[in-house]
Design a protein around this ligand. Structure first.
Ligand code: AMP
Ligand code: GLY
Length: 426
């Protein structure tokens, strides 16, 4: 069987690793040829990396048809927003990832907010603006901190948590006047700032139902104690402290059940992973955003703990039978530390030589690659903002933490930085 994984991050390395783990477990019954486009230095050890960018849909489609790929798994949001799933399906190819219209829940924040409002999904108060002057007047009139968001995809940089109206105004001018995110800034969403604890809940979703994955807490700010600018995610752990039974009941009933009902009313079919980024405030979850894909670095933990065969789950989703599966999850704790590049998130530097990579592939702790590549001499170098992910599991979060940090400490490259408090706050 031939599988193509699209993307180049730690999430995609985790997907390839899980496919290989399942393959080993299946024995002679399964032989996989795995390709990654474009992949990274670490992925190249377990799959064939193909030099096609994740957004070059024409070239990806040609490759998949020529190679007769049996299944394509899409990692990042950009190709989904551009309709890769529709294109592949039209060509008769099997693809795991929602259609362009379903993925709009991530690709347009104003669309997503309107859907949530119609579905009565718990959300912060929000307003959508197309005119800069109106938006500026609104942030000056609003009592309290606000969050300013470019409507479209902005590679995780389109959101500003503004401490006051002046900061909000700066963000609005950058998006709507300077057009730093181009068309993604045609509209802005201004939201009430919710002060709480972040929680990521992903689910495998199909036309008939969904299966939740374990709840995970990501650490978004670049620095310890949640200081500094937001990033794509600096580290994760599970079980998340905020995910109490009451919170998870509300996540099922008020978030996932209501979105499923909304899609049923509208005749939208969503097949893939739905990621709810939540803020838990006073024991209640509110949706900050939906993503139409696996989270990064949430997936690194979810797939580490998933005992069920991933291809079985994907087959079930594509056949609209996911709710018939009883997914099996390890009850271990797991934790992931992201090692970032000099200058991340503002202006990550590339090309720093990495050493001290211990080739541990113990089942307790190992390193996944994200922004890495080989240089002309075959050395592994940094090649993106988030460089490596150390993943560990343990009986407790404390044990997983200790294991992860031992490996994180031993990696060496110029400008390496990481948070030292992943999973530390109860
Ligand atoms: P988003 O891209 O919408 O997930 O926003 C990125 C990050 O900004 C989130 O993970 C939160 O840390 C923060 N954020 C976004 N919206 C809000 C909000 N309404 N209240 C508080 N924090 C928010
Ligand atoms: N870790 C958050 C995301 O994948 O968007």
């Amino acid at each position: 069987m031939k599988i193509l994984v699209i993307g180049s991050g730690g999430r995609e390395h985790a997907i390839v690793r899980k496919l290989r783990r399942d393959e080993a477990r299946a024995g002679d019954d399964r032989q996989l040829a795995i390709f990654a486009a474009p992949g990274n230095a670490g992925i190249s050890g377990m799959a064939e990396c193909v030099a096609i960018g994740a957004e070059d849909i024409d070239a990806l489609l040609r490759f998949a048809l020529t190679e007769r790929i049996d299944l394509t798994i899409v990692g990042p949001e950009a190709p989904l927003a551009q309709g890769i799933s529709d294109r592949f399906a039209e060509a008769g190819l099997r693809v795991f990832g929602p259609s362009q219209s379903a993925a709009r829940i991530e690709a347009s924040k104003s669309f997503a907010r309107a859907q949530m409002a119609q579905a009565c999904v718990p959300s912060p108060a929000y307003r959508v603006f197309r005119e800069l002057d109106d938006a500026i007047a609104y942030v000056h009139a609003f009592a309290g901190p606000v969050v300013v968001k470019a409507d479209g995809l902005a590679a995780g940089k389109g959101v500003t948590v503004a401490a006051n109206a002046t900061e909000a105004e700066q963000a609005l001018r950058a998006i709507m006047a300077e057009r730093v995110f181009g068309q993604a800034g045609d509209e802005v969403v201004i939201e009430e700032f919710l002060d709480g604890r972040e929680l990521s809940v992903m689910a495998f979703v199909d036309a008939n139902g969904y299966a939740l994955m374990p709840a995970i807490e990501d650490h978004k700010q670049v620095g310890d104690g949640d200081q500094g600018p937001n990033t794509g995610g600096m580290g994760t752990y599970t079980p998340a402290y905020a995910a109490t039974d009451t919170v998870m009941k509300s996540v099922r009933e008020h978030v996932f059940d209501r979105m499923m009902a909304q899609w049923r009313r509208l005749g939208v079919v969503y097949r893939g992973v739905l990621f709810a980024g939540l803020m838990v405030v006073n024991g209640r979850p509110y949706v900050i955003e939906f993503n139409a894909r696996f989270g990064d670095p949430e997936t690194q933990l979810a797939l580490e703990l998933l005992d069920t065969d991933l291809l079985t789950v994907i087959d079930a989703v594509l056949a609209d039978r996911v709710r018939e599966l009883a997914l099996s999850w390890s009850s271990d704790a797991a934790l992931c530390v992201v090692l970032a590049a000099e200058g991340y998130p503002e202006a990550p530097r590339k090309g720093d030589t990495i050493s001290g990579l211990i080739d541990t592939d113990s089942s307790f702790v190992y390193t996944l690659h994200a922004g890495t590549a080989f240089d002309g001499q075959g050395r592994t170098v940094t090649n993106g903002g988030r460089v490596l992910n150390v993943v560990a599991r343990g009986d407790t979060i404390a044990q997983a933490r200790a294991r992860a940090y031992t490996v994180a400490d031993s990696v060496v490259y110029a400008g390496k930085h990481y948070r030292t408090d992943i999973g530390a706050r109860r």
